[in-house]
Design a binder for this molecule. Structure first.
Ligand code: HSE
Length: 401
């Protein structure tokens, strides 16, 4: 019998509890062992819970209980999640988590401890909620050099952009709906400013390259400056706007960025709507594969956490190593290492736009006095310099190739 604990009884934690209870027979079959919940750690009281005897406020109850071999850390935040996780791994217990902030910030150190102690530190739920992507990328695509990853990694922003595109809703109403549905972070700035997507692409880029990618090194733009007019222009260009976490592996360097991008309607990522996430991974043997599903929410995220619990129960003797390593040299590619075409809006004339940018694809203007167009592929420095040559460039947005 495998005894497990849950740390944090919020949205995801209560989902993990629910799945362990309702799908007990299925879990037993798949883990080849009974999965029994022994503790739930939370600082709050749950006097009406049907299993209130499981609750504890004392982390040491879990840490010092030799029977507990797997712990689900679904508390969120960095502290005390980091300290708890580290102590548990050092104590020889496996930890599984949905905490992308923790994995992106302290993952390198925690994975090293897990390797040393021959226990599991698994984080399938940290990227893409319920979508299997960590395991498939690591195992099923193991024959490939991963060359590129482009993902819609944040459900809240995808939900907001979709409401703007499909229902003409304004930003605030759409964000409020996402919060009401439990998709948004406690501080939604992490969603709309792109930090959540940044942590997730850092995790995927680290896993794909096996080298620790520091999320602080990834230039990150959110969707706060995207307007209904931008969305309408994108439609005129047969595209939609999505927040994309992007990583490309160029030589031994990693080029990565998080930014809103125009996605052509022929690209399967363009059809990923609502709170759904999708990750398109390109391998040198397999070509493009896409992982799609619910990127946030109680049961989808808990589904991935429980899968890691089951896998940890099955691999208690020889741990599974979804891992990466700290590299001492700078592995990040220069901001100009990758060219994108750009969608540009300006108050300057079409004639001047052509003079500065050369060959462009012009969009029908939807705002009086504006010229809108798509450039040829340019580096970040080139588009910066060229747009300064125009009289009043309103904005430019990358186009995903
Ligand atoms: N706030 C996150 C999102 C939750 O909207 O995708 C899942 O990581």
């Amino acid at each position: 019998m495998a005894k497990v604990a849950i740390m944090g009884f919020g949205t995801v934690g209560s989902g993990v509890y629910e799945i362990i209870k309702t799908n007990a027979a299925k879990l037993q079959q798949n883990a080849d062992d009974t999965v029994e919940l022994k503790y739930i750690l939370d600082i709050r009281d749950f006097p009406d819970h049907p299993q209130k005897e499981l609750f504890t406020k004392d982390f040491n109850d879990i840490l010092n209980d030799e029977e507990v071999t797997v712990v689900a850390e679904v508390m969120g935040g960095l502290h005390p999640a980091y300290e708890f996780t580290k102590s548990l791994l050092l104590q020889g217990k496996s930890v599984v988590t949905s905490n992308k902030e923790l994995v992106a910030t302290y993952g390198t150190e925690l994975l090293e401890i897990a390797r040393e102690k021959n226990v599991n530190y698994m984080f399938e739920a940290s990227v893409g909620g319920g979508i299997p992507v960590i395991r498939p990328m690591h195992q099923c695509l193991t024959a490939n050099n991963i060359t590129k990853i482009a993902g819609i990694l944040n459900g809240t922003t995808n939900y907001i952009l979709y409401q703007m595109i499909a229902n003409g809703k304004d930003f605030e109403t759409a964000l409020k709906n996402a919060q009401d549905n439990g998709y948004a972070e406690r501080n939604p700035a992490a969603d709309i400013e792109g930090h959540d997507a940044c942590r997730k692409i850092a995790i995927l880029a680290s896993l794909a390259s096996r080298k620790a990618v520091d999320y602080n090194d990834i230039p990150t733009e959110g969707i706060v400056n995207i307007t209904l007019d931008d969305v309408k222009y994108a439609d005129k260009l047969n595209s939609v706007i999505k927040l994309i976490g992007y990583a490309e592996f160029i030589g031994d360097k990693v080029y990565s960025i998080v930014a809103p991008m125009l996605i052509k309607k022929s690209d399967p990522l363009s059809g990923v709507n609502d709170v759904f996430n999708a990750i398109k991974v390109t391998g040198d043997c397999v070509g493009d594969v896409m992982f799609y599903g619910a990127g946030a929410g109680k049961l989808p995220t808990a589904s991935a956490v429980v899968a890691d619990i089951v896998d940890s129960v099955k691999h208690k003797v020889r741990s599974k190593k979804f891992t990466w390593y700290k590299i001492d040299t700078d592995i990040m590619a220069d901001k100009d290492a990758k060219k994108f075409a750009y969608f540009v809006r300006t108050n300057d004339t079409l004639e001047n736009a052509k003079k500065v940018f050369g060959e462009i694809c012009v969009a029908d203007s939807i705002v009086d006095g504006e010229t809108a167009f798509v450039t040829q592929p340019l580096t970040a420095s080139e588009v910066e310099a060229k747009s300064k040559e125009l009289k009043n460039t309103l904005k430019y947005i990358r186009v995903l190739d």
